[in-house]
Design a protein around this ligand. Structure first.
Ligand SMILES: Cc1ncc(COP(=O)(O)O)c(C=O)c1O
Length: 374
């Protein structure tokens, strides 16, 4: 490879039906081609105000502290934990998949005394389990994954869990990376204290920004910290001063990604939340019916199945990696492999944002039928 004689970059377009990133809406791509202006340009500062209002709509919240942090979904996770946790704090994490495990590992690094509530991968928690766990030992922060992308399970009962956490004096953090913009995330109605997400799933944008919203209760907890937030880049109090009326420089905002997110959120407003959720649900149900008609088994029972991400059991005797390779090479369709405890056992099929379309379901089902010879 001669680095001074490289061809133009020309990746083959793929149909992204894996766990993310998901297909980017063409209107988002167009918005991202707009001229880059400065991060303190009044035009851009106005865009931040617009983005806050759009995010409040999608998160279904009136939280004033609603913004994005620069980075992928993990930056949202890191912002939530870094800003809430002080060394020695008790943190309870629901672990029923890979991302709950990531949260627990991260909380330890911020000095928390971490306890986990565990469930087999693919199952969800009963609110009563939190009552029992918190009665045994209170936790200042409780963290849950709303949509576990590693298992395809959707955590129900969040309003009940939030009530229990609050009764025990804690704060509830919810990972909405694979739910925001594709299924209901009712931050105020449920009583979530910090919710975070990523742009590359149901928001139909490229990866790179993490929306975050913080309740008044959590904001006060952050303001009352005795120690400085142990992450300079993701210090929400400092980022808030950039988004707020003072517009104090913190770091250079990724301008083009913000253009894209604004457009992605505008698309959601245009479609309407209910219509968007119904679309995600209807296409997921088409996919589930088609997979089952092919004789494939779905990993998660329908009651807790996530519309945005489906885990399909790999049939005995089938080389799961070879199937994914053929889908990619022969049909330009990307689906995901199993992660962690489900490695080698499932495929992960995402129908997120712009990817959640009827024709994509039909294409994937027929490609899979050809590859599997069913
Ligand atoms: C539920 C969940 N949380 C967190 C993340 C981390 O997001 P990212 O990979 O964008 O940093 C992901 C990514 O897939 C996810 O699915």
């Amino acid at each position: 490879m001669d680095p001074f004689d490289l061809p133009d970059l020309d990746p083959v377009p793929r149909l992204l039906l894996g766990p993310g990133p998901s297909p980017v809406h063409p209107r988002v791509m167009r918005a991202m081609a707009a001229p880059v202006v400065g991060h303190l340009d009044p035009q851009f500062l106005q865009l931040l105000d617009e983005t806050r209002a759009l995010l409040q709509f999608v998160f279904q919240t009136r939280n004033e502290l609603t913004l994005t942090v620069s980075g992928t979904g993990t930056a949202g996770m890191e912002a939530a934990l870094a800003n809430l946790i002080e060394p020695g704090d008790a943190v309870l994490v629901g672990v029923n998949g890979y991302f709950g495990g990531r949260v627990a590992d991260m909380a330890v690094r911020y000095g928390a005394e971490v306890r986990t509530l565990e469930r087999p991968w693919g199952e969800v928690f009963d609110p009563a389990e939190f009552e029992t766990a918190l009665r045994q030992r209170p936790a200042r922060v409780v963290v849950l994954i709303h949509a576990e992308t590693s298992t395809g399970a959707l955590q129900p009962g969040l309003a009940d869990i939030a009530r229990i956490v609050h009764e025990h004096g804690g704060l509830l953090v919810l990972d909405c990376v694979t739910s925001l913009g594709g299924l209901p995330v009712e931050v105020d109605a449920w009583g979530i204290d910090i919710a975070y997400s990523g742009t590359q799933k149901c928001l139909a944008c490229p990866p790179g920004l993490a929306p975050v919203t913080v309740s008044t209760r959590a904001r006060q907890a952050i303001q009352r910290r005795k120690t400085k937030t142990a992450n300079w880049y993701l210090d929400l109090s400092a980022i808030e001063r950039y988004w707020g009326p003072e517009h104090v420089y913190h770091h250079t905002a990724p301008i083009s990604l913000h253009y894209g997110l604004r457009e992605g959120l505008r698309l959601i407003v245009g479609e309407g939340l209910e219509a968007r959720f119904a679309r995600h649900r209807a296409n997921a149900e088409r996919l589930w019916a088609g997979l089952e008609a092919m004789g494939l088994a779905l990993h998660v029972p329908v009651a807790h199945r996530l519309p945005s991400l489906t885990t399909v059991r790999v049939p005995v005797g089938v080389d799961e990696a070879a199937v994914r390779r053929r889908l990619l090479n022969d049909y330009h369709i990307e689906v995901g492999a199993g992660l962690g405890a489900l490695k080698g056992q499932v495929w992960r099929i995402g129908l997120m944002g712009y990817g959640s379309q009827r024709q994509n379901v039909t294409l994937l089902l027929s490609a899979l039928a050809e590859v599997l010879g069913r």
